[in-house]
Design a protein around this ligand. Structure first.
Ligand code: OGA
Ligand code: MN
Length: 199
């Protein structure tokens, strides 16, 4: 059972929560099978920036991504779960989150994403970031951890192994983070709950 009360309270106090085994493992496995079997040519080099200003900068990140489009049943179930989370957060924290956008990420061996924030204060409608991990038997030698830093600081708050079933949730504007170099294929679904505001 998902403890929405705990998620909302922890986000309100800490701004970050890490949840192992967030979804039923059967669904997580279906998502893993689905993404790892999508032909490589359907993925794009990940961009940075927003809207018309997306740039490809291999120095900052070199994973490849693919937006979810709800065409497969497991994807639709995943999006329904995130929609429920969105409703629960709105109900408990009055956030006014109006939608969720998400993409698969594939970090091949040697891929990384340097320290960044997902949203600049007051300049984005991304409010809450989610990253859901799909990798079996991830060990320390595999690298690829998500490192989350304290706001405006070099102090490390969390080092998260991209382990099958783990969901990381954090406030998009507050926490700089990076993906350390992965030493094997690393699959995840990154997503953002957004508010509807002009900027
Ligand atoms: C991102 C991101 C983290 C991860 O896509 O913006 O920071 O662990 N992803 O995949
Ligand atoms: Mn990010």
């Amino acid at each position: 059972m998902i403890n929405y009360e705990n998620i909302a309270n922890t986000l309100a106090t800490d701004g970050v929560i890490i949840l192992p085994d967030f979804l039923p493992s059967k669904l997580t496995e279906q998502l893993y099978q689905y993404i790892s079997n999508i032909p490589a040519d359907q993925f794009s080099q990940a961009g940075i920036g927003r809207n018309n200003n997306v740039q490809i900068n291999h120095e900052i990140r070199n994973d490849v991504t693919l937006w979810l489009n709800g065409k497969s049943p497991c994807e639709r179930t995943y999006l329904m779960a995130m929609n429920e989370l969105r409703h629960q957060l709105n109900e408990k924290l009055f956030l006014g989150l109006f939608d969720y956008e998400s993409h698969y990420s594939h970090y091949k061996m040697g891929s990384y994403y340097q320290r960044h924030v997902d949203a600049f204060e007051g300049r984005s409608n991304r409010v809450i970031t989610t990253v859901f991990y799909l990798n079996h038997d991830w060990s320390e030698n595999d690298g690829g951890e998500l490192v989350i830093y304290k706001h405006n600081s070099k102090e490390v708050l969390h080092r998260i192994s991209p382990t099958f079933g783990t969901l990381a949730i954090f406030l998009s504007e507050k926490f700089p983070h990076e993906v350390l170099t992965a030493n094997r294929d690393r699959y995840s679904i990154a997503g953002w709950f957004r508010i509807d505001r002009p900027f």
